[in-house]
Design a protein around this ligand. Structure first.
Ligand SMILES: [Zn+2]
Length: 125
């Protein structure tokens, strides 16, 4: 017999698989709670994520590199199977974000030491 739990929020009795590990609220309710929380705290959450990314970008890049290396075959197959779709997405993205892309390209082309110096100056303003 499949074990069942009653959700404390919607009170529905559901299979254990409908709950995240150790949760007393079902996945449907949990998703709704997360959505509401995000809507109410959007700015703060985005700010935290921005800070986290900038403080940990080396570890994040390293992790992504490792993940990519471990799943290289998958990406290769995916690319081959979706070549046209990917090209179209990129074309659309580039057209819609041209200005931002140009800015990022410019920033990347700058000397990292100069960039750090510029950043320090900006922070002092
Ligand atoms: Zn529920």
């Amino acid at each position: 017999m499949i074990e069942q739990i009653q959700c404390r929020k919607c009170l529905a009795i559901k299979a254990v698989a409908e709950f995240s590990n150790g949760r007393v609220v079902c996945k449907v309710c949990r998703k709704e709670q997360d959505r509401k929380y995000y809507a109410a705290n959007r700015e703060q959450i985005n700010e935290q994520q921005r800070n986290y990314r900038s403080e940990n970008h080396e570890q994040i890049n390293e992790k992504n590199r490792k993940y990519y290396a471990a799943n290289r075959e998958y990406y290769r197959n995916y690319k081959a199977a979706n070549r046209e779709q990917i090209r179209e997405q990129n074309r659309k993205y580039n057209a819609e974000n041209r200005e931002q892309i140009n800015q990022q390209t410019l920033i990347r082309s700058l000397d990292p030491a100069k960039l750090a110096e510029l950043k320090t100056k900006l922070e002092k303003l």
